[in-house]
Write a protein that binds this ligand. Structure first.
Ligand SMILES: C[S@@+](CC[C@H](N)C(=O)[O-])C[C@H]1O[C@@H](n2cnc3c(N)ncnc32)[C@H](O)[C@@H]1O
Length: 551
């Protein structure tokens, strides 16, 4: 995330590089230093004739002219664009697919890949009208000569940059999928449809890239900036991979967070000074990102930052009424007695009764890999965004999340049930989830609270819907039983809000009326107190009463 500190640091380092470059050159003769935001800002600020001139100077045609200075590149580019050679031969494609480049690209192309491969999009494309400015060429297919439309790549590139702006195009260029699709576009409509999707999610793309600190932010001077952009545009036009693409190494990033842990017992991120992308949310208009906070209950409570933790934590010091019965004294979630194997590795554990021991140390990540048919990683590619003035923060999918996939553990602080009856920080948290336990006689009982008010992950921001897209599910995993969020029988598409069913009692206990706006909404007037009850009139005025509702 480009936090304030990051921005200040990158600005400082940018200034340093700028000063080194122009050492001994008078202030007047120095070119101003730029960062990506400035570049974009300058374009926006310039209006009228001056703006027109600026845009022309910075237009892709101008940049592409420089690309053409390199004759070899130009020949190659023209050859490919003119369709005289296939854009990628079968062999080249196979090469690419098995290469390191593809692996590195994978992390960048998360949303584009899904966006581009949606069958819905493809069907709509087929039905789309023929655009103006379409050209044709002929290719031999067996004995036949087939006439097909080809798109003017320059014009297409100009349109893309006009639509997305420099910052977002600079990010998109780092997606191998985006580059391949651009080269493959044989029809302007083909790309226009995709471009529209990109435009709609422009801020999300920028937010995602910035919050993961993609390397295009590291360029320091105007010259370097143009060089990088030219290089990347050249890669786009010639169908080659961007050299030295930055690998976003999730493991390393996670290690950094975990190592800084130890300062405050139990909570991996505290004191780390490193912000996790899911500790930030985008405003409704997508123009700003703010750090997430929570105001705990209790008299002297102060606003606290919400931090991201990968796994739930049971802090020592709580008095657990049934602790005597536990096999592992510090772990209320221990997978004993359940007669269930670990769902990640099938380990059944060994021994009986009080002697029973789990034999594996699997984590929810092992579970995810095991359950995802193709080993894909789900769960991190989401964004937190202000979805509604009343609902507040919600979660949007930034990739297609297949039906039945396990998304993430519902993480938080684990403490005994009675704590919520006490005054102070545990009272009435709106994020509270009650994990259940199956007794040996088969009955289910409420077992413990998971409270992500301060320490949790993105799942705590999932809003309720009476037609939910996910469920809370208990899994046996490693030594424990963990609560996870799992997609229901319909896949969640890119850009959709992820929702879950909180249950009727949640709304009744909170004295809250549901505002999910679903036709099937059953809780639009679930407020607990009669005198605080939402009337049909109110609900209609606010637009969240279902059509069939009767007061
Ligand atoms: C677990 S939090 C979800 C994240 C929350 N929107 C936020 O901004 O932190 C639950 C709270 O979100 C709001 N909320 C979520 N879904 C809702 C719904 N369908 N109707 C009304 N309020 C809802 C309520 O204020 C609820 O107490």
């Amino acid at each position: 995330m480009a936090t304030n500190t990051d921005t200040t640091e990158s600005k400082a380092s940018s200034e340093h590089a700028h000063n080194t470059r122009y050492k001994g050159v008078s202030e007047k003769k120095r070119k101003p230093s730029l960062d990506w935001d400035d570049l974009e800002e300058r374009g926006k600020r310039r209006r009228g004739k001056e703006g027109e001139k600026w845009r022309r100077r910075n237009s892709v045609t101008h940049l592409v002219a420089s690309i053409y200075a390199d004759v070899e590149a130009a020949v190659e580019t023209q050859r490919r664009i003119a369709g005289q050679a296939p854009i990628l031969t079968q062999e080249e494609r196979l090469d690419y697919e098995s290469s390191e480049d593809m692996r590195l690209d994978h992390l960048r192309e998360f949303r584009l890949a899904q966006m581009f491969s949606s069958p819905k999009t493809r069907n709509r494309l087929r039905a789309a009208p023929v655009p103006r400015g379409r050209r044709f060429d002929s290719v031999r297919a067996g004995r036949d000569v087939v006439t097909r439309a080809v798109v003017d790549k320059w014009r297409l590139l100009n349109t893309i940059i006009d639509t997305l702006g420099w910052v977002v195009i600079a990010i998109c260029l780092h997606s191998a999928n985006f580059r391949t699709r651009f080269l493959e576009a044989t029809d302007a409509v083909d790309f226009t449809e995709r471009l529209e999707k990109l435009r709609l999610h422009k801020e999300s793309i920028e937010f995602f890239a910035k919050s993961r600190q993609f390397d295009w932010l590291e360029v320091t001077t105007e010259q370097e900036e143009q060089d990088v952009l030219l290089r990347d545009l050249n890669c786009l036009l010639t169908g080659t991979a961007i050299p030295k693409e930055q690998e976003i190494n999730e493991d390393e990033a996670e290690d950094a967070r975990l190592n800084a842990d130890t300062k405050i017992a139990g909570f991996p991120n505290d004191g780390a000074g490193l912000d996790h992308p899911h500790e930030w949310k985008l405003s409704a208009d997508g123009l700003t990102a703010v750090r997430l906070t929570f105001l705990p209950g209790g008299g002297r409570a102060t606003l606290q930052l919400q931090s991201n933790i990968e796994h739930s934590v049971v802090l020592p010091g709580h008095r657990w009424p049934d602790r005597k019965k536990w096999i592992l004294k510090e772990e209320p979630r221990y997978r004993a007695e359940f007669d269930e194997s670990c769902e990640a590795c099938n380990d059944p554990g060994a021994g009986e009764g009080k002697k029973w021991r789990a034999g594996c140390q699997c984590s929810v990540n092992n579970l995810k890999t095991r359950l995802a048919a193709d080993g894909a990683y789900f769960g991190d590619r989401v964004e937190l965004r202000n979805v509604h003035p009343i609902l507040g923060t919600g979660v949007r999918a930034l990739q297609r999340l297949p039906a039945h996939s396990l998304l993430a553990e519902y993480t938080g602080e684990i403490y005994p049930l009675y704590k919520t009856q006490q005054r102070g920080k545990y009272k009435n948290s709106t994020y509270l989830y009650c994990q259940t336990r199956r007794l040996s006689n088969g009955e289910i009982e409420n077992a413990m609270n998971i409270d992500p008010s301060i320490h949790g992950n993105w799942t705590r921001f999932i809003n309720h819907s009476c037609r939910p897209k996910t469920d809370f599910v208990l899994y046996s995993c490693g030594e424990k039983i963990v609560t996870c969020v799992k997609v229901r029988k319909r896949a969640i598409e890119f850009g959709e809000e992820i929702t879950i069913d909180y249950g009727k009692s949640y709304f009744e206990n909170q004295g809250l009326a549901c505002r999910c706006r679903e036709d099937a909404c059953r809780l639009w007037n679930a407020d607990k107190m009669k005198d605080n009850r939402t009337t049909l009139r109110q609900a209609r005025q606010e637009g969240f009463a279902p059509d069939w509702a009767d007061d």
